[in-house]
Design a protein around this ligand. Sequence first.
Ligand code: C2E
Ligand code: MG
Ligand code: MG
Length: 715
Amino acid sequence: MSLGGDILHNDDDCNGAVVLVVDDDPTMRLLMKEVLQQSGFQVMEAENGQLAVDVFNQIIPDIILMDVSMPVKDGFEACKEIRAFPYGRYLPILMVTGLEDMASVNRAYSAGATDFLVKPLNWVILGHRVRYMLRSARTLEKLRESQKSNQALIDGLPDTIVRMAINGTVIDYKVGDDASLGMDKKEVVGNKLEKFLPPSLAKEMNGLVLYVFRTGETTTKEFPIKFKKNKYIYEGRLVKIGDYEVVCILRDITERRNSEERIHYLAYNDSLTTLPNRSFFNEWASNRLSYFRQAGGHLSIFILDLDNFKQINDTLGHHIGDALLKSVSIRLKQAIDIVCDSQHDCGDECEVLLSRFGSDEFAVVFVHPRHEIPVAAIASELHKEFSHSVELLEHEIFITASIGSASFPGDGHDLHTLVKNADTAMHYSKRQGQNHFCRYSSTMNARSMDRLTLENSLRKALSSNELLLHYQPQINFETGRIVGAEALIRWQHPKRGLLSPDGFIPIAEDTGLINSIGEWVLIEACQQMKKWIDAGYDIKRMAVNLSSIQFRQPDFMKNIRRIISKTGLPASYLELELTETSIMRNAERSISLLHEIRDDGLVLSVDDFGTGYSSLSYLKRFPIDALKIDRSFIKDIEHDSDDAAITCAIIAMAHNLNLKVIAEGVETEAQLKLLKEHQCDEGQGFLFGRPQLAEAFENLLSSQLDGGLFGALES
Ligand code: C2E
Ligand code: MG
Ligand code: MG
């Protein structure tokens, strides 16, 4: 029998599917089996509802054709039972009924039937009906699967998901794990956004929903939300789904934003002082500059470097250094506030940025679109903050700062040049002494070039044997004889000729070259002295000048001992000249070091006395042998009664402390007479002899051996 089902053989998606035919009429079952097998199905049979349930449980068919009226258990009952099994829930069940009344159709549906066929059956389309029923059941199954996996995906997402209609009504809502504002589903679903969001946010959201509908573009937006006094930042991603829905995926990014802000803060701020750092400064100032280059305006950069900060760090420790930097940053802020208050006539247009460049260097930028920046007044205000001491962890600290400034447009058009020029000006003020301010001038660059060249050639001076020593005689006023020599360094520069120490010692100190140069001087002077003693000359002391930097070296004493033992000069022949300033800095360490020097038998003198603290009562604490009165007092001693009085007082007080007094720079007979009258012990100066080479000095020593005395003292 061919009932027209053969075309379905080609359609293989349902081929081999198992159909369970349930009917109490064997003829009906046979016919159905025949037709369905021809259509490519496998057929199982059952003759009543109870058997149908049993067979279903054994084989789980793909589809069931179920007669309604059957003995033992009718089709409705069987259908209901099968539906109750998990695998039977979605199984397609076609009820085959001879009854055309609506009551049985309704019963079939309420028993869970998928569809129904009416007897007498149309055999031609039976195969088709079954096949299409199977297909739609499978499609539905796939849809259910995909819905399930979508739901699993959505459930697995930590985000809050809101499905919305075009009019802003929420269709569905899932609270995310991170939802700090977790609203209840009931509050949200079925309502318009205005009902549960703040008005401005709801308005913004509605606009976005419309936009996404119209354009189909996926749109991301950040929403800052205030909720129960806390601030949150949400990121919403709106995606159009189909023709009627927009889904908004909301994520709480408050923490991410906070850590981004923190990273930004750390990248642009100095952690110690919390001031903006150099990167921030660069961005800030570059922005203003590029605007001013078009529109006009004024910008001044101040670079401020603390004087002798390293020393505080080294001697008092880094914790004090850090505390000092913090206190300086606070003081600078105060100074800037004062400047800004005094500039109130400039309106709000003046902008200032204070930043820490690193170490002990700070930078301040002032900008004004119309007025020139009053740099000198500002620098003086900044300096004022350094005029008083600070007490830090029981230490009273005086700190000063050197300031340099450069201004746009006069001193440069780009930030790099302006910073470089302000830096040049700062270094220039540093060389003027402490607590100075200089504004940049173009001649500074030439001078710093010159210094740089000199610095480079000084590095080679030692190895190229360009350094030499001159010796100046020191005379005892009572005997008229040479008692000592002061070694004074010179640099035979290949191009610039013979240079005096004032021209290169400061460079050597700045660059640290002073340590190796100072060591060379000590060795050279000790060797020379040893030669003179060995040759039998009558000379008691070789005085060598020490830089405060050498004196501060941790292995200073070790070096001195090494040199003495290397050259073989008895320690008592070596006199070390130190300035008051280098002794006073870190007085506690100085005292113990000076004691070590004295215990080793060396002689100690204070050079240039009168130019520094000039505190004899303070000097009392230090184990020293002699004071050298600075040349500036001796120069006018005959004409300036003040200088004469000071000199006399120094001599008298020094004698009281058992210190010997040496007058520096004695040039005239009159000066000598006065000094002798006031019982000054010794002197050196052009009157007795200029600093000279060793051979010339040796001639002086020889004539002394022959009984010769200095003319000035013979009387
Ligand atoms: P100082 O130690 O006070 O040396 C005395 C300076 O006065 C020397 O200058 C000397 O030439 C000069 N002088 C001496 N008598 C007279 C005089 O009658 N009239 C005038 N107008 N000047 C006189 P110099 O050699 O140029 O040295 C300058 C300074 O350089 C020295 O001052 C000393 O502080 C420093 N110095 C010299 N040699 C060394 C050295 O080897 N190491 C260090 N660290 N500093 C040195
Ligand atoms: Mg000296
Ligand atoms: Mg001196």
